[in-house]
Design a protein around this ligand. Structure first.
Ligand code: GLC
Length: 795
């Protein structure tokens, strides 16, 4: 059957019989009468499948994929019914009757199966339909509302300025079309690399199959075999790149509001943090710092001497991040607009005229970021900010949002589909480009940042994004509300963004719209302290939302958790380092580590922060108990040191000042002294909180936290190894890479859960110790913190 008509009289066609196929290097081409299908073998666990209903491929360079490997060691075998492509790990068979693809692992288990027919298409879209089993779970898909497991709904990918994130609202601001399927045994990924509108139907239409569909004549996706979820993500990040290390201060607490101005207010805000002994690294300037919302300008009444102000703030340890929106005010007196027109850098209509929409400054033009020249120009414009001492850039409204289109349907409130993008001389309509607009704005900004401040690591945060954004920017999840529901919803949303290759993620702590209650604010601050991007933000006309605005009790709670965040800085930075190496998330769902455990397959209200810490936030009002699931292994209650066996549900006390935190047995957590901001103090004493298991190892990465010299080897890696036996324990400290000279003078090793006073302690060098019988902690202080050390303890 070559075509049929739907109830709505839409003609649907499908591939039909494959007439011929060719192999060229790592590429196979399959022709039917009406279509062509291409399979590229990229590695033993990854193939790229492109389908065209027009018999030609677009072959537009990808924005997302920066590294597409070529694998040639695979075999091709033609049989009567199908053509088989075999790598070391997977076999893909292409059915000769209809082109449908079935992929199995080396043991013959089917891991992905097109059903009915291969691809199908209408005049506007192309779709792929795959079998879904009742045991399948779906993760990833970037920023989506709902639970961790995305099954059962249909999602659309269309970057939208949507300010109401109610449970089924879709789409929001970002497009990351990586779908991870996990059936309880093995995982695979489908990454659809297309920047036009996409749909993923994960069981809304039917529970026998799922589909993904593009508003185009071509489908282009990467199939990634795990078998574990981690391997799917790391293979995806091999394709799309990994986050590079941010400046360490970006891991500190960040304070935002729409808007802090004038200068005196910003300075007094900064002073309040120091006076109140609440650590803070970053203050944000929202749109009101500009001259009537003209990007790359300053309002000279509100900020008469930005350079001086930024310097004074820097001296107190504050970095300032400014917002930048893409809309450039239409104004014949405004140099940025005039230059953009003259150089032909704005998006244009089919007629050749500049497209003008409306954003904060009123009528505005939108830079055409699909053009290299525009991206460069845009990057250079940041001299006005970065050159004056601004430390980072906040990219907003870049879906892009356009107020000139008034519609209940928010997906329409953007630059119209028929606007033409230059695409470096290969023009395309905005419809095909839409989802990468914000991504390319960030790309231009990032490149500009590197030129203006070549010795610093760029820091950026963006609202809109496309796959691969991790290479340029951190992300935040836009305009949430001060609702308990949004506190809860942020967990699965952040976790799925993390599973989609973007580890540096956070949301507006306290909620952006509406007023937080003291209780909500306290609970949100506790959760926020364990999100990679930790920023409080609130909207104009809401009540003040600074940590001291909710009474003394809540102020104390904010101080406690922000301070804890700073004490955990070495641990946190190490997690960022690992994420930069592997692409894996920092804030991770339990299913990533305990995939065999069915109880965690859709667990949304607990998460792991890095390797060793599990967080179970309270996300309902008037609640001072929390049911926590402990997966296999042993777990320490962080506050009491009580040890629990895993694989059980427990009920813990969680009064308002307590965030339930658990530490996995067999963990080493490096901690720094308290400080007001990152870099305030030299970490002369590194404390290791050691939570023993039989054998525990940990590798700590350190560098200067600011420059790019780590890329030339200026970093330090120290390995720690604990062995516990019947008579005592031994602990080794081994520097394995010494490219960076830490200023450390001492180690304090706190061994937890030690039930007996030691009878003998030996160390390579000078030491002192103290055994706290009540806390059951043995604390050993080492006077040498730079060389190899061996410690043995006998009870
Ligand atoms: C958008 C942003 C928000 C910002 C506001 C004003 O709504 O999402 O964070 O404060 O614009 O710039």
């Amino acid at each position: 059957m070559g075509f049929w008509e739907t109830q709505e009289n839409v003609r649907v066609q499908c591939t039909g019989k494959i007439d011929k196929f060719y192999r060229e290097g790592n590429t196979l081409l399959f022709y039917s009468e009406k279509a062509v299908q291409r399979v590229k073998v990229l590695s033993s666990n990854c193939i790229r499948i492109t389908f065209s209903s027009k018999k030609t491929f677009l072959d537009i360079p990808s924005f997302a994929v920066v590294n597409e490997p070529i694998e040639e060691s695979f075999s091709v075998q033609e049989k009567d019914e199908a053509i088989f492509i075999r790598t070391k790990e997977i076999t893909a068979s292409i059915d000769k009757q209809n082109g449908r693809i079935i992929i199995s692992d080396s043991k013959g288990n089917i891991i992905s199966e097109d059903i009915d027919y291969g691809f199908s298409w209408t005049k506007d879209t192309v779709k792929c339909k795959k079998k879904m089993s009742s045991s399948d779970h779906f993760y990833g898909l970037g920023e989506k509302t709902g639970y961790l497991d995305k099954k059962g709904r249909k999602y659309v990918m269309w970057n939208t300025d949507e300010p109401t994130h109610t449970p089924t609202k879709d789409p929001l601001y970002k497009t990351i079309p990586l779908l991870i399927t996990f059936n309880g045994h093995y995982a695979s990924g489908i990454f659809v690399d297309k920047t036009c509108k996409l749909w993923f139907d994960l069981g809304e239409e039917n529970n026998e199959y799922f589909t993904f569909e593009a508003e185009d004549f071509e489908m282009d996706y990467y199939f990634i075999y795990g078998p574990g979820i981690k391997r799917v993500i790391s293979t995806y990040c091999d394709l799309t790149g990994k986050m590079s290390l941010p400046p360490m201060w970006a891991l500190g607490y960040q304070q935002c509001r729409f808007s802090y101005y004038p200068e005196e207010m910003v300075k007094s805000l900064a002073d309040s943090f120091r006076q109140k002994d609440i650590p803070c690294d970053v203050i944000y300037l929202d749109i009101d710092y500009m001259n009537k919302y003209r990007v790359f300008t300053w309002n000279s009444n509100r900020f008469p001497d930005p350079e001086k102000m930024l310097k004074e703030l820097r001296e107190k340890g504050f970095k300032v991040v400014t917002i930048v929106d893409p809309g450039v005010k239409k104004d014949a007196e405004y140099d940025v607009y005039v230059e953009g027109v003259k150089k032909d850098l704005f998006c244009k209509q089919v007629t050749g005229e500049i497209y003008h929409g409306k954003v904060w400054p009123g009528v505005a033009a939108f830079p055409d970021f699909s053009k290299e020249e525009t991206r460069q120009w845009w990057g250079e414009k940041h001299q006005e900010l970065l050159g004056k001492g601004v430390a980072g850039i906040w990219n907003d409204m870049n879906e892009p949002s356009d107020f000139s289109i008034e519609s209940q349907d928010r997906t329409l409130c953007t630059v119209p589909n028929d606007v033409i993008m230059d695409n470096d001389g290969h023009p395309r309509t905005f419809a095909k480009y839409h989802n990468s607009y914000g991504f390319n704005m960030c790309r231009g900004t990032y490149e500009g940042f590197k030129k203006i401040k070549p010795n610093e690591r760029p820091f950026m945060v963006t609202r809109s994004a496309y796959a691969g954004i991790q290479r340029y920017s951190s992300v935040w999840t836009g305009d949430n509300h001060s609702w308990w529901e949004h506190l809860a919803a942020s967990m699965p949303m952040h976790m799925n963004i993390g599973l989609s290759g973007v580890p540096f993620v956070g949301g507006d702590v306290g909620g952006f719209q509406d007023n937080a209650t003291p209780e909500l604010f306290a609970r949100w601050m506790q959760l926020g302290a364990f999100t990679p991007f930790f920023r409080a933000h609130s909207c104009i006309d809401t009540k003040p939302h600074e940590p001291w605005e909710f009474g003394e009790e809540v102020e104390d709670i904010c101080r406690k958790y922000i301070k804890l965040r700073y004490k955990l800085l070495p641990y946190n930075y190490n997690e960022f380092y690992k994420a930069s190496q592997t692409g894996l998330p920092i804030m991770r769902p339990l299913v990533l580590e305990y995939a065999d455990d069915e109880d965690v397959h859709n667990l949304c209200d607990q998460f792991l922060y890095g390797e060793s810490i599990m967080i179970a936030p309270v996300y309902r009002p008037s609640t001072d108990k929390r049911c926590v699931y402990l997966p296999e292994g042993g777990w320490y209650d962080y506050w009491t040191d009580k040890v629990y066996e895993g694989k059980q549900y427990i009920l813990v006390d969680a009064p308002l000042d307590t965030l339930p935190i658990f530490i996995k047995c067999g963990s080493i957590i490096p901690m720094a002294p308290e400080m007001n901001y990152v870099g305030e103090k030299v970490v002369d004493v590194l404390t290791l909180e050691i939570y023993p298991d039989k054998e525990t190892t940990y590798s700590l990465y350190e560098d200067d936290g600011l420059s790019n010299r780590y890329k030339e080897g200026e970093y330090r890696i120290t390995n720690f190894e604990l062995m516990v036996n019947q008579d005592g324990l031994s602990f080794n400290i081994t520097p394995v890479h010494k490219g960076y000279d830490v200023k450390r003078e001492k180690y304090v090793l706190n061994f937890h859960d030690i039930n007996k006073e030691p009878v003998k302690i030996q160390c390579t060098d000078e030491f002192s110790y103290y055994y706290d019988v009540h806390k059951r902690i043995l604390s050993i202080t080492l006077k040498d913190a730079k060389t190899q050390q061996v410690i043995t303890v006998n009870y």
